[in-house]
Design a binder for this molecule. Structure first.
Ligand SMILES: Nc1ncnc2c1ncn2[C@@H]1O[C@H](COP(=O)(O)OP(=O)(O)O)[C@@H](O)[C@H]1O
Ligand SMILES: Nc1ccn([C@@H]2O[C@H](COP(=O)(O)OP(=O)(O)O)[C@@H](O)[C@H]2O)c(=O)n1
Length: 235
């Protein structure tokens, strides 16, 4: 008798910058044969498009009017995630300090969030239909984008640990001193948490994991266990 394939699993991993969302989400998706979506990269991509097309990122109206123009496409292979804007590879430009300094303003605009949230939901629905499921990481996945996700994880860590991790990633001129990195990170956290439309927040039914004292491997193992527990219960 054919055993039914396990139902697809939808995992939401949220949290502020530097908690390990991307590293953990990619590793968990790869280990469990799931797709992966970096929603931050989508907001960075539309921000990069606004900057390169001369849209004033301090003008929410101008951002709203232009929000529907760029075509943003995400590749969901955790081993080689991709992001293109109007067919161009945007994976490099979206990580600059210029984009990082403007992405919170762009992503706070309701019209931007509505368009990108629809895109995220269609990518998750496709993964549920055609694959084993997906790990979607961001700020508002468990609260707004995928409120019915099978598993919601909210990663936290001290601002000091997060700044040190982020600083460790920056290269050359962008590797500013730790204090400057921490200040920028705390400022972005506040903007993301304080905005009116789908702010950074822990869903009531999310499992909180403080990664401050944990290694990345320990966080990955913790989330893999949580997903496998979910899958077992549902079989
Ligand atoms: N628990 C951890 N311990 C040490 N370093 C970590 C941990 N989690 C992530 N990192 C490192 O910190 C940096 C930021 O991780 P990332 O996954 O990009 O975080 P986020 O997506 O939440 O901003 C990366 O260099 C990553 O390897
Ligand atoms: N689901 C999401 C993901 C990111 N974002 C925005 O996009 C920015 C960049 O997200 P990111 O995940 O690439 O940032 P890091 O956590 O990697 O520093 C965040 O600071 C938010 O302003 C959002 O508003 N909603």
């Amino acid at each position: 008798m054919e055993t039914a394939a396990p139902a697809a699993v939808i995992v939401a991993i949220d949290g502020p910058s530097g908690t390990g969302k991307s590293s953990t989400s990619k590793a968990v998706a790869a280990k469990l044969g799931l797709r992966y979506l970096d929603t931050g990269a989508q907001y960075r991509a539309i921000t990069w498009w606004m900057i390169t097309n001369g849209i004033d990122t301090d003008d929410p109206q101008a951002i709203a009017l232009a929000a529907g123009k760029p075509a943003i496409v995400s590749g969901t292979d955790p081993g080689a995630p991709t992001i293109t804007v109007d067919g161009l590879d945007a994976s490099g430009p979206i990580r600059t300090q210029e984009v990082t300094s403007k992405v919170s303003a762009v992503s706070a605009v309701p019209e931007v969030r509505a368009l990108i949230t629809d895109l995220q939901r269609s990518i998750a629905a496709e993964a549920a239909q055609d694959a084993e499921g997906i790990v979607v990481e961001g700020r508002d996945i468990g609260t707004t984008v995928l409120p019915d996700a099978d598993l919601k994880v909210f990663l936290t860590a001290s601002a000091e640990a997060r700044a040190a991790r982020r600083n460790g990633e920056l290269r050359g001129k962008e590797a500013t001193d730790l204090a400057a990195t921490k200040e920028a990170l705390v400022k972005r956290d506040a903007a993301d948490s304080g905005r009116k439309t789908s702010p950074l927040a822990k869903a009531a039914d999310a499992v909180e994991v403080d990664t401050t004292e944990l290694t990345l491997e320990q966080v990955i193992e913790c989330v893999v266990t949580l997903v496998e527990e979910k899958r077992t219960v549902r079989r």
